[in-house]
Every structure is written in structure tokens, then in C-alpha cells.
Design a protein around this ligand. Structure first.
Ligand code: EPZ
Length: 430
């Protein structure tokens, strides 16, 4: 089984190129089936979740070509089925974007219920509420979501909670409904805006994405487009925290600094220097880290997808810090593993109370999910001694070449497949 073997203690220094945003790529690639014309998408990250989605699209007759590692061409003119029931797609949450896309274009979709990281109960009631408001019949049968209608009609939809997935899904379906749709209490994440921009580039008429009211005038047909996905806010944030946690000096390149404001603000608060330029951000952590409080919130608040990374940093900061998770109730599962590495953290319901320690100690642990897995790698890079982390398939769901990018920054990390490889790594490093 693949693992990362790590020897901690080296500050990360240098530059890292950030790839395209996974959570924008997933809905954008799904939405590319809403036209019979060819769609060219650039800056597509080569990560597992994206590849699983592309395979599922191919399984229903969509022609998908990876022209280059990050360039994908999609043509859905020959789509042969509106039923997506692929074993792999069960494992990703974003399978549900095929529902909004197929319902919008074909008024008909059957897709397996979504999976994804085990970070808490992840409802889809708001997606269903939105589809029904547009006039679709929606039922859940034998693990499938089945949506059908003769036609979709615009509607006024108030989301009961801020949901990235429901906002995007309903926006996709409504963009091909008859008449006007208003989505209130919409999610404002950069990837919501990116999907709206992509749909508009195919001929949709969507206004207000990035605010909490999105207005859509339905159109009957989309055309082909050539589109470049925005940089990944969370990949960038993870490398920014890597600098803080290892007391390094890292420049994340190819980013939109505006999308990173809440992350930069917290890094400043804990004692790092953050310098922004047009499309890069440099984080220098030359002083000891100090405590702070943080609560995860929908954008522009501090992202839940950065919660494990900031917790790992605060675990090494002087004083007592408090991290409150307000989006997913089960997102502190990794704390047990971090405690095994020497952290002093108590979790009470949705709050982690952290008493900073001087250092972590290397350990052999398992990645519990995508972001926590990445955060635990950062802890290992700062820890005394050797560590290994398995189940890295979770990390590969959302980070392209994670260990190679870390290695380029000076990290002592290797992808290994056996005990022998681990021993070899240890002998090489010592
Ligand atoms: C997206 O998940 C991301 N996934 C997540 O990224 C991210 O953590 C999350 O948004 C929040 O930013 C993708 O984009 C594929 P939500 P999503 O709908 O859309 C509840 C990562 O690490 N809810 O905004 O599933 C839900 O349970 C991943 O890259 C309902 O109750 O998140 C959660 O508590 C993990 N009913 C909250 O809302 C619904 O119908 C926010 O969920 C929808 C959501």
C-alpha cells in the first residue's frame, strides 16, 4: 500500500506552483455535458476525484480527452445514457453535479447517491428542494437520485443553509429552465463564481454569483467554450500553512490573493509575515507562532477545508487557541492522530481547545480524510524523527503531486510502497 515516509525538522523554503481548483473543476467538467459542442477546459488538476468524475462521464458516452496533463476536451453530443451508476463515483461527493447538469439539459437524470470524505452528515435536501422548485420530480430509490420532468420553470428559491453544492447544482439546472430563477442565501465561494463564469461562457445568463443572491435567466441552448479554471484556494492555503508550521519561507505562485484573505489574516495573527503580489503570496515564519481563535464559516470566512491545517499550526503555538468548526460536525477525527504525535488538544463537540506544545514527535498514522491527511503530513514535516502516513489515496483525491511539491521545497518525504522502502528511506536520510 502506498504511504508517505517523512523525516521532519526541515523548514520549507522556495516557490510552489498552485494548480487549478478541484472544487471548481468538478462542477465545470460536469456542466460541460450541457452542450453538444466541444468544450475545452484548461488548468484542470490531475487529482483522483476529477479523474473519477471524468471516467464516469465516459461511461455514459461522453468523449473526454486529456490533451495535456491539465487540458481536457469534452464532447457530449453522443451521450448514450442518463444513468450514472458507477462503483467509483459512489466514492465522490461531486457525483451530484451530474444531476444538475443532466437535469438542466435533458430534464432527466439518475445518479448514485454521493459519497465523499467522512467528515459528517452531508445532506442533499437543499439540492432536492431546489430541483423540485424548478418543477422536477425527485425520488430516492435503491441508492439512486432520480429526477425527471417535462420542463423546468424558473423559481424563487431560498436556501435554508449556505451550501456550495446546492447553489452550484441548482444554478446549473436553472440556467436551462424557462424563465427567471432567483437563488437567495447562495454560497459565495470563488468556485461558485467560477462555475457561473463558465456557464456564462457557454451562453448562460447568470448574474450575482459571488453575492448571496444569484439571478438566472434561463436559455434553451448552450454552445462550446474554451475556459481556464481558477487556482485552488485550499491547495494554496495548505502550502501557506506548511511555511508557518515548519518555520519556513514559501511563495505560493499562480494564486488569486483575494481568495486567500482569511487565510493570510490568520497567518498574520499567529505571527507570520504575509506578502502579496499580483498572483503570488509569500509566507515567512521567522518568529515563534502564537495562539488565536478561529471559527470556520462560508466564504469569505475561514474555510472549513483549512481547519485541520490551522489546528496543526496552533498545536505548535504558544498559549491556548480555540478552533470552532461550524460547517461539518465530524471534522476533528484527525485530532486523535495528532495527539499521538504529542499535541495537547481537547475536542468538545464542535470546538477544539488547543494548548500549544513545543514540538510534535514522528508517528506511524493513517490519513482519515483529504484535508486532515494533508494537515497531518504538515505536522510530520515539523515533527522530531520519522513518520509514515498511509491511506494517502485520500490526499491524492485533492492534491496533485503533493509529496513532489513538498520535496521541491526541501521536505524530506518519499512515496513508498513497502517496509523495505521505508527502511531504505531512513538509511538514505540519516
Ligand atoms: C463542498 O462540499 C466541497 N466539496 C467541500 O470540500 C467543502 O468542505 C464544502 O463545500 C464547504 O466549503 C466539493 O466542492 C466537491 P456544502 P459540499 O453543501 O458542497 C450541509 C474538500 O476537502 N448541507 O457547502 O458538500 C452539509 O451537510 C471538500 O475539498 C445540508 O444539510 O458542502 C454541510 O454541513 C470536503 N443539506 C453544510 O451544509 C444540503 O442539501 C455545507 O455543505 C447541502 C448541504
Amino acid at each position: 500500500m502506498e504511504q508517505y515516509a517523512i523525516k521532519g525538522g526541515t523548514p520549507l523554503v522556495g516557490e510552489v506552483e498552485i494548480g487549478g481548483a478541484k472544487n471548481a473543476a468538478l462542477p465545470i467538467l460536469a456542466a460541460a455535458i450541457m452542450t453538444d459542442d466541444t468544450v475545452h477546459v484548461d488548468n484542470v488538476p490531475d487529482v483522483r476525484d476529477v479523474n473519477v468524475l471524468l471516467d464516469a462521464m465516459q461511461s455514459i458516452g461522453v468523449i473526454v480527452k486529456r490533451e495535456e496533463r491539465h487540458k481536457v476536451t469534452i464532447n457530449a453530443a453522443g451521450i448514450s445514457s442518463l444513468v450514472v451508476d458507477d462503483d467509483n463515483i459512489r466514492r465522490i461527493r461531486a457525483s451530484y453535479y451530474l444531476i444538475g447538469a443532466m437535469l438542466g439539459k435533458y430534464k432527466n437524470a439518475e445518479v448514485t447517491l454521493p459519497g465523499g470524505c467522512d467528515i459528517g452528515c452531508r445532506g442533499i435536501d437543499q439540492h432536492i428542494k431546489g430541483f423540485r422548485a424548478l418543477g422536477a420530480n425527485v425520488s430516492l430509490e435503491h441508492g439512486m437520485i432520480i429526477t425527471k420532468t417535462e420542463k423546468l420553470s424558473g423559481a424563487h428559491i431560498y436556501m435554508d443553509l449556505v451550501s456550495v453544492g446546492a447553489t452550484i447544482n441548482v444554478m446549473m439546472a436553472a440556467s436551462m429552465a424557462e424563465g427567471k430563477t432567483i437563488i437567495e442565501n447562495a454560497a459565495k465561494e470563488p468556485h461558485v463564481v467560477d462555475v457561473a463564469n463558465f456557464l456564462n461562457s457557454m451562453g448562460a445568463n447568470i448574474k450575482g454569483a459571488g453575492t448571496d443572491v444569484i439571478r438566472i435567466k434561463g436559455v434553451s441552448k448552450f454552445h462550446g467554450t474554451d475556459y481556464t479554471i481558477i487556482p485552488d484556494q485550499i491547495e494554496a492555503g495548505t502550502f501557506m500553512f506548511a511555511a508557518a508550521i515548519t518555520h519556513g519561507d514559501v511563495t505560493v505562485k499562480n494564486v488569486i490573493p483575494k481568495h486567500l484573505e482569511s487565510i493570510s489574516a490568520k497567518l498574520n495573527e499567529i505571527g507570520c509575515e504575509v506578502m502579496e503580489e499580483d498572483d503570488c503570496v509569500r509566507v515567512v515564519a521567522s518568529k515563534p507562532l502564537h495562539h488565536t481563535h478561529v471559527k470556520t464559516l462560508p466564504y469569505p470566512g475561514f474555510p472549513t477545508d483549512m481547519q485541520p491545517q490551522i489546528t496543526v499550526a496552533l498545536g505548535l503555538a504558544s498559549g491556548t487557541s480555540i478552533v470552532t468548526e461550524s460547517i461539518f460536525e465530524n471534522r476533528f477525527k484527525y485530532v486523535d492522530e495528532l495527539t499521538r504525535m504529542g499535541a495537547d488538544i481537547k475536542v468538545e463537540s464542535s470546538t477544539a481547545i488547543i494548548d500549544g506544545v513545543k514540538r510534535y514527535t514522528g508517528a506511524d498514522i493513517t490519513a482519515p480524510d483529504l484535508r486532515a491527511g494533508a494537515a497531518l503530513v504538515l505536522a510530520m514535516l515539523a515533527a522530531d524523527g520519522f513518520s509514515t502516513i498511509d491511506e494517502i489515496k485520500y490526499i491524492q483525491r485533492g492534491y496533485e503531486d503533493f509529496h513532489l511539491k513538498l520535496k521541491k521545497l526541501g521536505a524530506e518525504i518519499e512515496l513508498v510502497e513497502s517496509e523495505k522502502d521505508v527502511t531504505r528511506f531512513k538509511m538514505k536520510i540519516v
